[in-house]
Design a protein around this ligand. Structure first.
Ligand SMILES: Cc1ncc(COP(=O)(O)O)c(C=O)c1O
Length: 376
C-alpha cells in the first residue's frame, strides 16, 4: 500500500485550493499550516458523495450520534468512554473553546495558558475581553507544574486552558501530569478546559490520556477534523465532566447548530471506519519524524530537534542559527520554504519554527535543503 504522504505529486498538491497551497507564491514550498498531504479517508468520500447525490444538505439533527461515534473511537483507542449525555456539538474546536470561555468567565477575568501553544488559543482571551495569563513549559516542552501553580495563584484566573497533546511541542501529557494539574486547579476552584484535537495522532507505544479519564471536572473540546485531515468539513464536540455539568446550561443553544450536517456525517465515518487510515498516517508521520531528525543532523546540526510523541508538527529550536526571533522570514524570503513562526505561539516561541512533516519524503528533504541554503 502506498504511504499516505507519497500518494500525490507536488504538481497535484499545488492544484489544491486550500490556504496551505494559496498563501504564498507558487515557488514557495509550504510546510506551515496544519493540513496533511494525504488522500481522504475512503469512508468519508463515500458518505459525502452519498449526501451530495441525495441532496441531503439540510440542518443536522441535534442528537448524540456524533458523540457516540467519538465514544466508539475513544473506547477502542484509549479504553475510556465519555458520557454522551454531557456533550454539545460545535462548528469547530475554536468556536467550542471560545463559547466555553465566555460561559465560564466574566469580562476581565483571567485564562491561564502554558506557552508556547497553538496561536489562536493565545489570541482568544484578548479577543473576547478576557485576560491572557501565560506560564512557561519546561525546557523539554512539558507542562511545568510549578509554573502552573504560580499562574493559578493569580486571583483573576478562572480557567486553565490546556492543549493535549501539545501543539507545537508534540508532547503527550502523562496521566500523572494531568492528575497533578487537576489537583492544583481543584484547589483553586479553576475550571480546566482541554483542546484534545490531536489526540489520535500519537506514536506507537505512547499512551494518550483523555482529560476526563483522570478528572471528573473540566471541559474537553475535540473534533475529527485534525487527525483525519478534514478542516474544510466543520464539526466538533464539547464534552463536559460530571463535576462541571452546570456549565452545560450556560452554553448558548446556537453553539450546537454550528456543526454542519455533512461535517457530522463525514467525521462519524472517519471515527467509525477510519482506523486503518489513521494507523497508516501515524506510521508515515513516525517515519517522517525520523527522516527529518536525520536530515537536520546532517544539513543543519545546530538546530535543536529530537523527535516528538504526537502531532505531525515538528518544533525546531533555531536559536543557534543566528536568524533572530523569527527565522521563518529568512527561510521564506531566501530559501523559498514556508514554516510557521514560533513567535506566534506566545512567550517561549522566540527563535523557533514549526514544520509540518505530513508531506512526502522528497518534499521534506527539499524543505531542509532550502532551509540550509540560507546559511550557505
Ligand atoms: C491545537 C489545535 N486546536 C484547534 C485547531 C483548529 O481546530 P478547528 O478547525 O476545529 O477549530 C488546531 C488546528 O490546527 C489545533 O492545532
Amino acid at each position: 500500500m502506498t504511504e499516505p504522504f507519497e500518494t500525490y505529486s507536488l504538481e497535484q498538491l499545488r492544484d489544491r485550493s486550500s490556504v496551505k497551497w494559496r498563501m504564498f507564491e507558487p515557488d514557495v514550498l509550504p510546510l506551515w499550516v496544519a493540513e496533511m498531504d494525504a488522500p481522504p479517508v475512503p469512508a468519508v468520500v463515500d458518505v459525502l458523495t452519498h449526501a451530495l447525490r441525495a441532496g441531503d444538505l439540510g440542518y443536522a439533527p441535534l442528537d448524540t450520534s456524533y458523540a457516540e461515534s467519538f465514544a466508539g473511537v475513544a473506547g477502542r483507542r484509549w479504553g475510556w468512554t465519555p458520557d454522551v449525555a454531557r456533550t454539545v456539538l460545535a462548528a469547530d474546536v475554536l468556536t467550542g473553546v471560545r463559547e466555553v470561555l465566555l460561559a465560564a468567565t466574566a469580562p476581565g477575568e483571567g485564562v491561564l495558558l502554558p506557552t508556547p501553544v497553538y496561536h489562536p488559543l493565545v489570541d482568544m482571551p484578548g479577543l473576547i475581553g478576557r485576560r491572557l495569563v501565560t506560564c512557561p513549559l519546561t525546557a523539554h516542552g512539558r507542562l511545568d507544574l510549578a509554573a502552573i501553580e504560580s499562574g493559578l495563584a493569580d486571583p483573576s484566573v478562572r480557567v486553565l486552558l490546556l492543549c493535549s497533546p501539545h501543539n507545537p511541542t508534540g508532547v503527550v501529557h502523562t496521566a500523572d501530569e494531568l492528575s497533578a494539574v487537576a489537583a492544583l486547579a481543584e484547589a483553586r476552584g479553576v475550571l480546566v478546559v482541554v483542546d484534545e484535537i490531536h489526540a489520535l495522532l500519537v506514536r506507537d507505544g505512547v499512551r494518550f490520556t483523555p482529560w476526563l479519564s483522570v478528572s471528573v471536572a473540566g471541559v474537553v473540546v475535540t473534533s475529527a477534523s485534525k487527525a483525519y485531515n478534514m478542516a474544510a468539513i466543520k464539526a466538533a464536540i464539547v464534552l463536559v465532566g460530571e463535576g462541571s455539568a452546570p456549565l452545560l446550561d450556560r452554553l448558548p443553544p446556537v453553539l450546537a447548530w454550528g456543526a454542519s450536517h455533512i461535517g457530522i456525517q463525514a467525521h462519524r465515518a472517519a471515527w467509525d471506519e477510519g482506523d486503518a487510515w489513521i494507523d497508516a498516517v501515524n506510521a508515515n508521520i513516525t517515519a517522517n519524524i525520523g527522516h527529518l531528525a536525520e536530515l537536520l543532523s546532517t544539513r543543519l546540526p545546530t538546530v535543536g530537534y529530537s523527535g516528538q510523541d504526537s502531532t505531525y508538527l515538528a518544533w525546531l529550536d533555531c536559536r543557534r542559527l543566528g536568524l533572530g526571533d523569527d527565522p521563518t522570514s529568512t527561510f521564506r524570503e531566501q530559501g523559498r520554504v514556508a514554516l510557521t513562526p514560533g513567535l506566534e505561539f506566545g512567550p517561549g516561541g522566540e527563535g523557533h519554527v514549526r514544520v509540518n512533516v505530513a508531506c512526502s519524503r522528497a518534499v521534506l528533504a527539499d524543505a531542509v535543503d532550502r532551509m540550509a541554503s540560507v546559511l550557505a
